[in-house]
Design a protein around this ligand. Structure first.
Ligand code: ATP
Ligand code: ZN
Ligand code: MG
Length: 396
C-alpha cells in the first residue's frame, strides 16, 4: 500500500443500501482526499490522498469520516426499493468505456475538471434525444419557457436549498465596483497553483449562484401570488451546475450539464397523475431507443446533516423515481432522468396558492442530456452501424 493510501474501518459497518451514497459524500470531507472507496461489505473505507498525512492529521481525518458515516447511517433502515420498469436485460452490443474513443476522435474535450466541449456526433445525439423529450412535452401541450443560467440566492434561501445541498453549489460573483479594486485585480490577477490568484475581498457578496436545477426558476417566477390558472404544464431546458468534487470523473458527473424538464403544477392529484403519464409516455420511447435501463424509487443527494431524514422521507412518500441506464463497461447504472414529486413544498415556501387558497403541488420529469448520450454510447458505441434503427435514421 502506498503512503498516499489510507484505510479506515467505520465504527459501525455501512449498510449495503448506503454504500454508494456514503462514498459519494466522502468527496466533500477533506481537501486532502482525491478519491474514496467504500468496500461493498461496508466495513472498509479506502482513501487516496494528495500527500501522506502525519499521525495527527490522519486521526483528525478519521474522526471526520466517522462523523459522516454515523450521521448518514445511524438509525437508517433499508428503504423498500420499488422497481416500476425493468429493461435491464435488453441486449446491447457494446461493453467498453466510450470515453477513450470519444477523446481520441475529438468528440469530447475537457476544458476544466467537469467542464466539457462536445463535437458534432455527440451534439447531434444530444439534439436527437432532446427532440424525444420534447415529444413528451408536446404530448401535454407544455408551454415553453426560457430560464436564466444564474439563479437568485435570495430565492434559493426561501426554499432552504443551503441546508439541503450546500456541497454542490457554484457561486457567481464579480469584482466590487470600485476603481482601486478593479485596477489592482487587472494588474495582479493570474492563474497560479490551480486557481485564480486574487484577493478574496475583491469580490462582491453573492447574490446569485449558477442554477443547480431548472424547475426552481418557474416556481420562483410564480412566488407570492395565486396561481393564475388551475394548473400549469411547462417545459424548459437549462444549463445546470453541481460541484461534485472528486466525483467529477468522466462524463458521468459533470460540473456543468444540461437538463430538459417538463414541469407540472396544480393539485396533488393533478401532479401525481401527470407524473405517472410522463413515465408511461417515455417507456416506449426508451424502449425504441434501445436502452437497457430500469426505473426505481430513489432519493436526492442531500448533504450529510439532512441526508438521513430527507432520504427516508422521499422514499416513504415515493417522491422520486430514477431512470437508470446500464453502463456495461463498469457493470453499474447511471441516472439519465428522474420523475419527481415535491408535494406542496414549493407552494408553502414560496406562498403560491390554488384558487381554494391551498398551496400548489409541483412535480417534474427531468432528463440529463449529456448523461443520456453517454449512457447510449456506453451501450452502443460510436459505430453507427451498431445503433438501433431509429437513432441511425435520425442522424443519417
Ligand atoms: P445522481 O444521483 O446521479 O447525482 P441526481 O439524483 O442528482 O443524480 P436529479 O437531481 O434527479 O439527479 O437530476 C436530473 C438528471 O440530471 C439526472 O437524472 C441526470 O441525468 C442529470 N444530472 C444530475 N447531476 C448531474 C451531473 N453532475 N452531471 C451530469 N448530469 C447530471
Ligand atoms: Zn425539476
Ligand atoms: Mg440520484
Amino acid at each position: 500500500m502506498s503512503n498516499n493510501t489510507l484505510e479506515f474501518s467505520p465504527s459501525t459497518p455501512i449498510p449495503a443500501h448506503l454504500v454508494s451514497q456514503v462514498q459519494s459524500k466522502l468527496a466533500y470531507v477533506d481537501e486532502s482526499i482525491t478519491a474514496a472507496h467504500v468496500a461493498e461489505t461496508g466495513d472498509q473505507i479506502t482513501l487516496q490522498l494528495r500527500a501522506p498525512l502525519n499521525k495527527v492529521a490522519a486521526a483528525s481525518l478519521n474522526s471526520k469520516i466517522q462523523i459522516v458515516v454515523e450521521m448518514m447511517t445511524k438509525g437508517s433502515f433499508q428503504p423498500k426499493v420499488e422497481v416500476l420498469e425493468d429493461y435491464r436485460d435488453t441486449p446491447v452490443p457494446y461493453d467498453r468505456d466510450p470515453m477513450d474513443e470519444l477523446v481520441a476522435s475529438g468528440e469530447v474535450s475537457e476544458e476544466e475538471t467537469g467542464v466539457f466541449t462536445f463535437g458534432p456526433l455527440f451534439s447531434r445525439l444530444v439534439d436527437y434525444f432532446e427532440s424525444r423529450f420534447l415529444e413528451l412535452a408536446a404530448s401535454f401541450g407544455a408551454q415553453p419557457y426560457r430560464f436564466p443560467t444564474l439563479m437568485s440566492a435570495r430565492m434559493l434561501d426561501r426554499v432552504d436549498y443551503f441546508r439541503a445541498f450546500p456541497h454542490s453549489l457554484t457561486f457567481a460573483t464579480h469584482l466590487r465596483a470600485d476603481l482601486d479594486v478593479i485596477n489592482k485585480f487587472a494588474e495582479q490577477a493570474s492563474y497560479e497553483d490551480g486557481g485564480l490568484n486574487a484577493s478574496s475581498d475583491s469580490f462582491s457578496r453573492v447574490k446569485a449562484v449558477l442554477s443547480p436545477a431548472v424547475c426552481y426558476h418557474l416556481y420562483f417566477s410564480l412566488a407570492d401570488r395565486p396561481l393564475p390558472a388551475e394548473n400549469m404544464i411547462v417545459t424548459g431546458v437549462g444549463n445546470c451546475f453541481r460541484y461534485e468534487s472528486t466525483n467529477l470523473t468522466s462524463l458521468e458527473r459533470l460540473w456543468n450539464f444540461t437538463m430538459r424538464e417538463v414541469i407540472f403544477i396544480g393539485s396533488k392529484d393533478f401532479v401525481l397523475e401527470q407524473r405517472e403519464l410522463a413515465r408511461e409516455f417515455m417507456r416506449p420511447i426508451f424502449e425504441e431507443l434501445g436502452f437497457a435501463y430500469h426505473v426505481e424509487s430513489a432519493n436526492d443527494p442531500f448533504f450529510i446533516g439532512e441526508f438521513r431524514k430527507q432520504a427516508a422521507f422521499q422514499n416513504a412518500f415515493q417522491l422520486k423515481y430514477e431512470v437508470r441506464a446500464r453502463l456495461p463497461f463498469k457493470d453499474d447504472t447511471l441516472a439519465i432522468g428522474s420523475y419527481n414529486y415535491h408535494q406542496d413544498f414549493f407552494g408553502r415556501n414560496l406562498n403560491i396558492t390554488l384558487s381554494d387558497g391551498s398551496p400548489i403541488h409541483t412535480g417534474c420529469a427531468a432528463f440529463g442530456l449529456e448523461r443520456t448520450v453517454f449512457a447510449f454510447l456506453s451501450q452502443y458505441g460510436l459505430d453507427q452501424n451498431d445503433w438501433p434503427e431509429v437513432v441511425k435514421e435520425a442522424l443519417s
